[in-house]
Design a protein. Structure first.
Length: 183
C-alpha cells in the first residue's frame, strides 16, 4: 500500500471512532429505557414488603400498663379502631377480639346500649350490620349466620405492658377458657 491509501484508511478509522449524533441519541434512549426498567423493577420488588408503622394493624400494639388493665371493670370493652380490635375484659382476664365478622368480613360494631348476651353486664353486645349476627363479650355467636365466634389476637405481657399482636389472627371454632389471657 502506498502512503496516500494508508493515510486515507487511517483517516477513515479515526472518523469511525468518533460518535455520530445519531449513535449518541440511540445510546441515550437505550440508557434511559434501561434505567426506567431498573426503577420499575425496584419499585415492584419494594412493594412486596409492606412498611408497618409501630402500633399499626399487623404489628404488636401496647394497649395499657398492667396496673391500668387490672383496674378495668369486668364487662368493659375498649375499642382500638386503627388496630382493628376490641379489648374485652371478662372475669378471668382479657380477650382481643378482631372486629371482622366471621360470616362475610363486615366490621362489627360494639353497641353499648343494646341488651347483653352474657352475664357480665346488663347491656352491650356486637351487632353485625350486614346480616344481623349477634356476638357477646367473649365473641361467641348468639344469632345470625356467622359460622363461628369472632377471631382473636394473642395477648402478652412485655416490660410491664399489655401487648396485642395484631399480626397473628387466631381462628376459633368455639370459646375455650384457655383463650383468655390472665393479667
Amino acid at each position: 500500500m502506498d502512503k496516500d491509501s494508508q493515510s486515507s484508511v487511517s483517516e477513515a478509522k479515526e472518523k469511525n471512532k468518533t460518535l455520530t449524533r445519531r449513535q449518541f441519541l440511540s445510546r441515550a434512549w437505550w440508557a434511559a429505557g434501561g434505567l426506567l426498567v431498573i426503577e420499575a423493577t425496584g419499585g415492584f420488588i419494594a412493594s412486596l414488603w409492606p412498611r408497618l408503622k409501630p402500633g399499626s394493624f399487623g404489628t404488636k400494639v401496647k394497649v395499657a400498663s398492667i396496673e391500668e388493665a387490672r383496674a378495668m371493670p369486668v364487662g368493659t370493652m375498649a375499642y382500638f379502631p386503627e388496630q382493628r380490635f376490641y379489648l374485652s375484659r371478662v372475669e378471668s382476664g382479657f380477650l382481643a377480639l378482631y372486629r371482622k365478622c366471621t360470616h362475610l368480613g363486615c366490621v362489627v360494631p360494639w353497641l353499648a346500649d343494646d341488651p347483653s348476651e352474657d352475664d357480665l353486664a346488663d347491656s352491650g353486645r356486637f351487632n353485625c350490620p350486614c346480616h344481623g349476627g349477634i356476638f357477646d363479650r367473649f365473641g361467641i355467636v348468639h344469632s345470625g349466620p356467622p359460622p363461628r365466634p369472632l377471631d382473636i389476637f394473642p395477648i402478652s405481657i412485655e416490660g410491664g405492658e399489655v401487648v396485642v399482636d395484631t399480626g397473628t389472627v387466631i381462628e376459633r371454632t368455639s370459646f375455650d377458657e384457655s383463650q383468655v389471657t390472665e393479667i
